[in-house]
Ligand binder design. Structure first.
Ligand code: GAR
Length: 214
């Protein structure tokens, strides 16, 4: 039933391919949710045009129009609340969230990062991985806390780096894994029982399996 579905608010800053993949997964019932609003902090983000053209509720809330991070975040949180959002999905949203924002949706904000955290947080993660010379990289979906690319990990997918890999080649192969990883993370977090113990996200199935006698 439509009304029992979780409402997602997706925040973007650019192309929005992860947002598009989340929208499509909702529409094909791969995740029990609907996208209630897509918000961009940049008016020129291509993803916002796609979302509006797709009939989704959208908003542009430019950080440049606010005096502080907190004031901008307050406007974004207000818009998310007005749209009835239960879960916030950061999808290429290139802004650090204030503590106030994180506390407005406790354990209900997800982010995707294009590296196997805790390796290569911050900007240009794919370039960082190539520069370091790692043979395997990947992507991470995690719960958001006050620190950059830091919260408990929900899902990861890995990818072997080719000897002749370029940063553009790596980005284009990795984005496919990102789309899968975000949908997998959302479907688990919305459909399974889970808890956070220390830094670990423990899913109910795993808890029962661990308790089962050998
Ligand atoms: C994605 O690669 C995402 O992982 C990355 O920005 C890209 C957005 O692409 N996010 C970060 O680096 C956050 N630290 P998209 O707009 O096509 O989804």
């Amino acid at each position: 039933m439509e009304s029992s579905k979780a409402v997602l608010g997706v925040l973007i800053s650019g192309r929005g391919s992860n947002m598009k993949s989340i929208v499509e997964a909702c529409e094909s019932d791969d995740i029990p949710a609907r996208v209630g609003i897509v918000i961009s902090n940049r008016g020129d983000a291509p993803g916002i045009g796609w979302a509006a053209g797709h009939g989704l509720d959208t908003a542009v809330i430019s950080h440049r129009d606010f005096e502080s991070r907190e004031a901008h975040d307050r406007a974004v949180v207000g818009k998310l609340r007005a749209a009835g959002v239960d879960w916030v999905c950061l999808a290429g949203y290139m802004r650090l969230l204030s503590a106030e924002f994180v506390q407005a949706f406790p354990r209900r904000i997800l982010n995707i990062h294009p590296a196997l955290l805790p390796a290569f947080p911050g900007l240009d993660a794919q370039q960082q991985a190539l520069d370091y010379g790692v043979r395997v990289t990947g992507c991470t979906v995690h719960l958001v806390d006050e620190k950059l690319d830091h919260g408990p990990i929900v899902a990861q997918r890995s990818l072997k780096i080719r000897d002749d890999e370029s940063v553009e080649g790596l980005k284009s192969r990795l984005i496919i894994e990102e789309h899968r990883c975000y949908v997998e993370a959302l479907s688990r977090i919305l459909e399974e029982q889970w808890d956070v113990q220390g830094r670990r996200v423990i899913f109910e199935k795993r808890i029962s399996a661990a308790r089962r006698p050998h």
